[in-house]
Design a protein around this ligand. Structure first.
Ligand code: GTP
Ligand code: MG
Ligand code: ZN
Length: 326
């Protein structure tokens, strides 16, 4: 019996990094597989939207597992999944109601945007940040391509996030600006890497960790479009310790399992005002005596972020209606 970390899973084959540095291909042991199915069924029929997970329901990338070599000494199987310290989950694809764990045992989420090429997309960033908050994961923002002229404008845009308390790294793979500080925050940790295509995620990781050799300029999620069902993420071991998970699936992520009333608490800069409103069930959108709106009017809370809050809340309201009607 040896302990390992799940790096990827495709078509029922799980790649596991063992403590001795070997990577072996494993299958799920029969009994474990059955437990997993029972759990999945219970959740689906129960219609329970709780995010709290007592134990792993489905093996995911990032899981720490016990593995055994089978009698033939060639094939391996996963005998047990260790309890998770955290997880990043998203709504199952399509109309299916269910949670899908994208990565287990994460320390942080890194959301990468570019100063330009492509232009930053704050609403998409807000969505990623809400997902990170709802999963109780620390988030870090990276603004790459700061060698481009648009960097000054980007610093103004991302100032809202610095004021909200998020660490923001301004980087350039070309000039090397910001790279040492970013490396220090990634080394030895398990980070989920997300952001739109073409912002330089692979370029950044290659520059930070020579030898990683991620493909640049290629559409990374194409690996997830084949016939096999992948778990949606790939964990890359970093030289010197830690992992970075490519999580292309976050781009089409739904705000699964986040209660409408919970959305406001996923905006850290709104939290100090949430108990100060006149009405206990204030939506912070239209009510009189709303402390959040007053803070927006006074300029202490970013109007763009507050508008984003309203849009995400509307989106969830629609999703909740469709769940309860089906
Ligand atoms: N000017 C500039 N270009 C960069 C920088 N970083 C990356 N690029 C370029 O941006 C393009 C996209 O880089 P990738 O690293 O492939 O982007 P990605 O985010 O991994 O994209 P996907 O894998 O499709 O999600 C490439 O042509 C890179 O050379 C940077 O700091 N400055
Ligand atoms: Mg890439
Ligand atoms: Zn309010």
């Amino acid at each position: 019996m040896t302990v390992g970390t799940v790096l990827s899973g495709t078509g029922g084959v799980w790649r596991v990094l063992l403590e001795n540095g070997d990577v072996v291909e494993c299958s799920l042991r029969g009994r474990l597989k059955k437990d997993e199915e029972q759990n999945t069924n219970q959740r689906q029929t129960g219609g329970n939207q709780s995010r709290a997970v007592a134990r792993p329901l489905k093996l995911a990338v990032g899981d720490i597992v016990d593995v055994d070599a089978d009698n033939d000494g060639v094939t391996w199987s996963i005998a047990a999944i260790h309890p998770r310290r955290s997880q990043l989950a998203r709504r199952a694809p399509g109309r299916a109601v269910g949670e899908r764990v994208v990565v287990a045992n994460l320390d942080q989420v890194l959301v990468v945007f570019a100063a330009a090429n492509p232009d930053p997309h704050p609403r998409m960033l807000d969505r990623f940040l809400v997902i990170a908050e709802a999963n109780e994961l620390a988030a870090r923002i990276v603004v790459n391509k700061c060698d481009l002229a648009a960097a000054t404008k980007a610093r103004a845009t991302f100032g809202d996030y610095e004021r909200a308390g998020y660490p923001v790294h301004y980087t350039s793979v070309i000039t090397g600006d910001g790279l040492p500080e970013l490396r220090d925050t990634i080394r030895g940790k398990v980070s989920a890497l997300s952001g739109p295509s073409g912002v330089g995620k692979s370029s950044l990781m290659n520059a930070l960790f020579p030898g990683l050799d991620l493909r640049v300029g290629a559409i990374s999620e194409s690996v997830n479009k084949g016939r096999h069902t992948t778990v949606g993420a790939l964990l890359h071991p970093l030289p010197g310790g830690g992992f970075v998970a490519d999580t292309p699936g976050l781009r089409e992520v739904g705000l699964w399992g986040i209660a409408m009333r919970e959305v406001a608490t996923c905006f850290p800069e709104l939290r100090p005002y949430l108990d100060e409103c006149r009405f206990a069930d204030c939506t912070h959108l239209v009510e009189p005596g709303c402390a959040v709106r007053e803070a927006v009017e006074a300029g202490t809370v970013s109007r763009a972020r507050w508008e984003s809050y309203g849009k995400l809340r509307d989106e969830l309201a629609v999703a909740e209606r469709s769940i309860f009607q089906s």
